[in-house]
Structure formats: C-alpha cells, structure tokens
Design a protein. Structure first.
Length: 199
C-alpha cells in the first residue's frame, strides 16, 4: 500500500478535527498525559507543517524561510486554524509526490537521516494519531475510512517497538484482536481506544 496516495486524506482528517477546536478547549487534558489540548495542537502543527514540510523537501527546518522554533504558539495567531488547513494541505501535496519518498531525510534537520518512507509514515501518524487524541479530548469523532485505518495499522505495527524504546509511544494497550483495525493501531501506539475526556 503506497502511503503517498493517502496523505491528502490523512491531512484532511486531522484538519477537520483541528477546525473544531476552540480556545475553551485549550486547557483540557488529552490522551497524551503531558499535553493539554492547546499544547497538542501546537505539537501537531509544528510536527506536520514545519518538520514534515522540511522533511518532504529534504531540507533542514532551520533553513527554510519564515520557519519557527519548537515551542511556538501557533494558536496565538489570528486565523490559526485556517492557516493550518492551508499549510497542512501543502504538506500533503508535497508528500503525495513520488520524489518525497525517495532517498533519506530527517524530521529534525540534524545529522541523522532515515529512509524517506519511514519519515513519511511519521507524518501520516501525526495526522491520524494526534487527530484522534484531539478528537476525543474535545468531544469529537475522528472519521477514518478502512484504507486509512489499514495503512496506519501497518505503519504503527512496523515501528511500535522502536517508538516505545525512544518514548514516542507509551506502553502498548491491550486491544482485542477482533477490535476495529484503527483501535488496534491505537493500542499499539500506547493509546486506550476507550479514553474519554473527563466530565
């Protein structure tokens, strides 16, 4: 399954959730224990439209014009959600091109590079996993088609052990083998599919 054919749909899925996040949600908890909704929105934006864009170009984020440092508060900017929608679409278009998946690249611009398909999978996971995190944290539902769910599961399953080793994913959450594929992907990525925002 070629992930590049799914990047636009993955971006659109996350953007739909982000557009419905409002300032009243920013302090709410998320399935990511160390992050509030506001922090997670900023993380998602930085990872996808700053690091993800640079990685697709095979450049360092620091070398691109008008880039920002990690920790920047995108949500303080006027029209931030629509700005994210436009920039996320540009990232998805970039990663829809075959050349983005060729050779090696990096999410950080540091010395260490990895195969571009591995990095492209990270960008896909940022949209879909953090899209789900934000959805359940704000009382929304993430709508994922079967093809996206299958692609995410395959990608998460292939990187889960390494991601847990480096603290990117939390401990695996046991999910029934008969559960929907997306729920099984969430469990592998250290998420409890039954997580709900506190009342």
């Amino acid at each position: 399954m070629e992930l590049r054919s799914l990047m636009v749909r993955a971006s659109d899925t996350a953007v739909d959730i982000v557009r419905a996040v409002g300032p009243d949600d920013f302090d709410a908890p998320t399935p990511c224990p160390a992050m509030t909704v506001g922090a997670l929105v900023n993380h998602l934006i930085f990872q996808t439209v700053v690091r993800g864009y640079a990685a697709g170009l095979k450049q360092s984020p620091q070398d691109l014009p008008d880039q920002v440092a990690e920790g920047h508060d995108f949500t303080a900017e006027p029209g931030w959600a629509e700005a994210y929608a436009a920039r996320s679409a540009a990232v998805a278009a970039l990663w829809s091109e075959p050349r983005a998946w060729q050779g090696e690249t990096s999410m950080t611009g540091g010395g260490r590079t990895m195969p571009a398909p591995f990095i492209g999978g990270i960008v896909l996971g940022e949209w879909l996993l953090h899209g789900w995190d934000l959805a359940v944290a704000t009382g929304q539902t993430l709508h994922l088609d079967d093809e996206l769910a299958a692609a995410l599961y395959e990608d998460v399953a292939g990187r889960a052990d390494m991601a847990r080793k480096y603290g990117v994913y939390g401990p695996e959450v046991a999910v029934a083998p008969t559960a929907p594929l997306f729920h099984r992907a969430l469990g592998l990525a250290g998420r409890d599919p039954s997580w709900r925002r506190p009342l």
